[in-house]
Design a protein around this ligand. Sequence first.
Ligand code: ADP
Ligand code: MG
Length: 250
Amino acid sequence: MSEYALELRDIRKVYKTATEEIEVLKGITLKIREGELATIMGPSGSGKSTLLSIAGGLDKPTSGRVIVGGVDITDMNEEELTRVRARKIGFVFQSFNLIRNYTALENVMLPLLFTGIFNVKEAKEIAIRALEVVGLKNHANKFPNQLSGGQQQRVAIARALAPNPDIILMDEPTGSLDVDTAARVLSLVKWLNDAFGQTIIIVTHNPEIAELSTRTYYIRAGAIYEEPPKRTLTEIVKEIKSSGSSGDIK
Ligand code: ADP
Ligand code: MG
């Protein structure tokens, strides 16, 4: 078993349109250890969604390798990918993406059945437990349009969580929610990481979750940067003292 839940090696992505080619990702290398809660920030159009889609096997890189839980998924065909995605990767989108004519329970059961590991009875038991974890066991038989936005997103989180994936990828999961609901969803995300050690990458504009995360990355002009480790005021004062500076501003 790899020590990394996700490894991206030198990922490039070029989009070709009728008139031009744009290189959105210019060689991104990223290693996410098990148990991390990593935040990715960056301006709109910087390639955050492209990166998550590639990491989750929903899109192919132009070059580079994608390794999830020690398994190289880069060259897998759609059939293999469907199974691997269901088992190893959870996805949470801004727009929830629940299936409208399925109940909450059925939505959560679906990826479990796609894994090819569980029968219907087992999938149902696991899905009920996942809904319990997100506080929605009593809403299991409701359809998406009978649930609030925050509840729908919690169903989506249960769906991502249920197969015990190597990693959950969240693309602006609170982008469609009001401030209070967003805060509640983010504290659920934090709790899943704390209580279950669930590895999560979250793309968000919310600085609060960035503060709570174990690592923060920024994407800009096709490259990724890790924020320098946060220093406490005590550490900064100690550094200034040990550098022998008198504190004068030159
Ligand atoms: P972000 O999620 O950071 O806002 P995206 O990954 O959605 O950024 O998009 C990055 C850039 O790639 C944008 O300039 C966008 O227009 C372009 N892009 C995204 N998807 C496609 C596509 N399928 N075809 C062509 N260009 C695309
Ligand atoms: Mg995006």
